[in-house]
Write a protein that binds this ligand. Structure first.
Ligand code: GDP
Ligand code: MG
Length: 177
């Protein structure tokens, strides 16, 4: 049987089409598909890592196409240790909607959940309409980390998730030794 010290539940949320499933696939399996991943077939993907000397089992949950606000079951947020809020740097609306996702987090997630703001598709520079500075500014105002990623080119995907996982593990060590 596989052994681990800590199980970390991460959520990836954000508008439809921003690349949530792609980020998850890149992070958990190191692959990418040009197609819209309507559903990944399961609710989550697993990955194991050693973080701060702890063996960590990381469970990353996908919304599997239920991205309309309020339609995601409240239970989805329950027990989440970390949440990546994703927008698409080529989609203004997805950036504007970040505030709606934050509202859901406030309503349903633990106040201890570690958040990160993720601007995905940074490889599409010619189509970009959300400047890096705007993402940074928003994240600063929320006092959460920010990173621009490309699931396609594997830019910062590892960094984005590991930032969150490390913070979760740090919190756990503080509280439980
Ligand atoms: P979801 O609805 O948020 O899960 O989005 P998907 O992961 O299904 O991605 C939607 C579309 O965007 C697909 O066609 C992906 O191939 C594409 N996509 C996702 N991430 C990236 C990226 O980093 N760069 C580019 N160029 N396309 C991406
Ligand atoms: Mg998806």
């Amino acid at each position: 049987m596989e052994e681990y010290d800590l199980l970390v539940k991460l959520l990836v949320i954000g508008d439809s089409g921003v690349g949530k499933s792609s980020l998850l696939l890149r992070y958990a399996e190191g692959t990418f598909s040009e197609h819209h991943l309507a559903t990944i077939g399961v609710d989550f993907k697993l990955r194991t890592d050693t973080v701060l000397n702890k063996r960590v089992k990381i469970q990353v949950w996908d919304t599997a196409g239920q991205e309309r606000f309020k339609s995601i079951a409240i239970g989805y947020y329950r027990g989440a240790h970390g949440i990546a809020i994703v927008y698409d740097v080529t989609n203004e609306q997805s950036f504007n909607n970040v505030k709606n996702w934050l509202e859901q987090i406030t309503d349903h997630a633990s106040e201890h959940a570690q958040l990160i703001l993720v601007g995905n598709k940074c490889d599409l520079d010619r189509e970009r309409c959300v400047d890096r500075a705007r993402g940074e500014e928003l994240a600063n105002s929320l006092k959460i980390p920010f990173v621009e990623t490309s699931a396609k080119n594997s830019v910062n995907v590892e960094a984005a998730f590991s930032k969150v996982v490390t913070k979760v593990v740090e919190d756990n060590i503080e509280h439980h030794g």
